[in-house]
Design a protein around this ligand. Structure first.
Ligand code: FES
Ligand SMILES: [Fe+2]
Length: 355
């Protein structure tokens, strides 16, 4: 997978994946495929979120076709009921018999944080909440205001990661929203610290992009900067700043952050969750609307190119690999981190199997 978008790439299991926005989950069954596994989400009466395998262990009907009854899900086929921990509590047609031992569904750990729901797809004992990137909390932190969005992308999740680590595409893909002069002429710095990969660029004394005019009212030359931080396997924080040209030597205060997670749905499709959070004009509803509109438009453009790219990758018949430009160093480093983690995870599984 190091330098391709293989159709058979496995996924890291011992990771938190963004499963849904808080808003999406209520007291009705909500079905979503995550890392090739069908998952059912719903809220119990106390508001806590449950994630279960969306496959009834009786005849394998999707449990999401059933009904939430109190704190349980009842299968819509023959009525078996399951608790949030996956245990079966009722088989209506054989109430006189004990529930067969081991008859239940898999339950996944979930955490609701910063208006998002995270799911742990691997070993329950390893589900450490501290492994969710801390900057996700900026969505709901004091002094910040976020808008949220979701794109379903028919492309491998690493193509979304590549996209966010090489923002030189802004010039060509986002002509009406984010593009401005000087982006691909300005060298991008790449650094890696352990498993964290960062790419960045500071662009001085350039005309503002449409987004800067819309959200900050800039009409004269600005300094703008971009920093993308990758946390394996699916998270990218993009920090964006703009101010009047020459205001500061070191640019510090961002105009906004884009917090992204690219959760694999299947081998080659992705649930792309994003939020744009800002530290100014918090109560300005009109501005929130503008941020949501511009970002939705821009990410529609990303999704279109990634989906077309995925198709071309899948229909390539000569075995040619992707070619790396200088701007791909971040994406390549991120793929390397994921590959290494996949190897480590596979080695740990093999070691347990050999015991
Ligand atoms: S398939 Fe669910 S109870 Fe029969
Ligand atoms: Fe983009």
């Amino acid at each position: 997978m190091a330098n391709s978008a293989s159709a058979n790439s496995p996924f890291l299991r011992n990771q938190w994946y963004t499963a849904a926005t808080s808003e999406e989950i209520g007291d009705k069954p909500f079905a979503r495929m995550i890392c090739n596994e069908p998952v059912l989400l719903f809220r119990r009466t106390d508001g806590s979120v449950v994630a279960l395998e969306d496959r009834c262990p009786h005849r394998m009907a999707p449990l999401s076709l059933g009904e939430v009854v109190g704190d349980e899900i009842q299968c819509g086929y023959h009525g078996a009921k399951f608790r949030g921990d996956g245990a079966c509590t009722l088989i209506p047609s054989q109430k006189d018999l004990p529930i067969p031992r081991g008859f239940g569904v898999r339950s996944y750990p979930v955490i609701e944080q910063a208006a998002l729901i995270f799911i742990w797809m691997g070993d329950v004992a390893k589900a450490d909440p501290a492994l969710i990137p801390e900057w996700v909390g900026r969505n709901t932190a004091d002094g910040w205001k976020a808008v949220y969005g979701y794109h379903h992308v028919k492309g491998h999740y690493q193509l979304v990661i590549d996209n966010l680590l090489d923002l030189s595409h802004i010039t060509y893909t986002h002509k009406t929203t984010l593009a401005g002069p000087g982006i691909d002429e300005t060298p991008m710095a790449v650094e890696q610290e352990g498993d964290v990969v960062r790419t960045s660029r500071v662009i001085r004394n350039v005309d503002p992009a449409p987004i800067h005019r819309a959200i900050k009212g800039f009409t004269t030359k600005i300094d703008r900067w971009q920093l993308s931080e990758f946390r394996a396997p699916i998270y990218i924080l993009v920090t964006l700043g703009a101010e009047l040209a020459g205001t500061h030597e070191n640019l510090q205060q961002p105009t906004h952050l884009v917090i992204n997670s690219a959760t694999p749905e299947t081998d080659n499709t992705t649930h792309y969750f994003w939020s744009v959070t800002r530290p100014f004009a918090l109560d300005n509803e009109e501005l929130s609307k503008r941020f949501k509109e511009i970002t939705t438009l821009a990410f529609d453009e990303d999704a279109a190119v990634i989906e077309a790219q995925q198709q071309r990758i899948e229909t390539e018949r000569t075995g040619a690999a992707l070619v790396n430009f200088r701007g791909d160093r971040g994406g390549v480093a991120a793929r390397r981190v994921v590959s290494k983690k996949l190897q480590d995870e596979a080695a740990a599984v093999n070691a347990v199997a050999a015991e």
